[in-house]
Design a protein around this ligand. Structure first.
Ligand code: PTJ
Length: 256
């Protein structure tokens, strides 16, 4: 029998429950891998520890990420099942706000069917061209064995900046070896992806993408190329990760 749940905005953890529901619905529709549900649970745990809100170090990372995306020659946004289920609409908006960017599908738990469903989902939200789906254009990233080794010769392969939210560590390291600048979103500040990216935003992707869009809009209007360069030079990823861990460690049991 079909399960029915009612989510009320008044529930103290409404947004978290809503995200869960999106993941479960995405899984039932075939967009999300079963392992994606586990990955989400791990993310939830870290999110709880930062108070389910955007911490200061994440705001600095969003600012540096928006400057990096704006200065990029060709930025590519890499998407997977979880990103699609949680924020397909916002990713399409982010792509439009950048003008010179592209979106590429890159699945860890690859199936042809999931790739098709995800690309159709993005098309529904107005994306005209999606990279990573035409086998003729796929090239292999050197020294990488997972399904993620295939990238599009006209997408990630050509990009100078790659935005890889909710990524696995191996590919981030491989992309760095290819001299790409890597930006990620990862609630786990200790993951290999978080540690090896140039810019790690330790926050929930559902909060990050809208802030990135706003930040890009702001910088387009108010910041010069030099301002953006200074902003990037002043950003220290390791410092941001340490600050995120400090916030997590500082959680106290409330004393009655
Ligand atoms: O759709 P596919 O086949 O490409 O698979 C996607 C997943 C996410 C299953 C795959 O990339 C995977 O297994 O990822 P990992 O190695 O579990 O890493 C995902 C990271 O994202 C973990 O460190 C989680 O803590 C983090 N994470 C999970 N949900 C969120 C998140 N970070 C930010 N926002 C979230 N909502």
């Amino acid at each position: 029998m079909e399960r029915k749940i009612e989510l009320h905005e008044s529930h103290p953890r409404y947004l978290s429950l809503l995200a869960r529901e999106k993941l479960v619905t995405g899984f039932k529709r075939g967009l999300v891998a079963s392992e994606g549900l586990i990955a989400h649970g791990r993310g939830e745990c870290f999110d709880y520890l930062i108070g389910e809100c955007t911490i200061e170090s994440a705001k600095a990372a969003v600012n540096a990420a928006s400057a990096t995306l704006l200065l990029a020659r060709y930025p590519v946004i890499s998407i997977n099942g979880n990103v699609t289920a949680l924020c397909v609409d916002q990713v399409c908006q982010l792509n439009r706000s950048l003008e010179n960017s592209a979106v590429e599908i890159n699945l860890f738990y690859y199936t042809k069917e999931r790739e098709r469903l995800i690309s159709e989902e993005f098309k529904k939200y107005g994306l005209l061209k999606i990279f990573g789906i035409d086998p003729k254009n796929l090239v292999s990233i050197p020294e990488l064995e997972s399904n993620r080794r295939f990238v599009d010769r006209n997408g990630i392969s050509k990009a100078d900046v790659v935005f890889v939210p909710l990524e696995d560590g191996d590919r981030t390291i491989a992309l760095k070896r290819m001299n790409k600048k890597v930006i990620t979103v990862d609630l786990n500040p200790l993951s290999r992806t978080a540690l090896s990216s140039d810019i790690t935003i330790v926050d929930n992707i559902v909060r990050v993408i809208p802030q990135l869009i706003e930040c890009i809009k702001y910088h387009k209007k108010h910041s010069s190329e030099n301002d953006l360069k200074e902003l990037i030079e002043g950003f220290d990823n390791m410092d941001g990760l340490k600050k995120a861990l400090e916030v997590m460690k500082s959680k106290q049991v409330p004393i009655q």
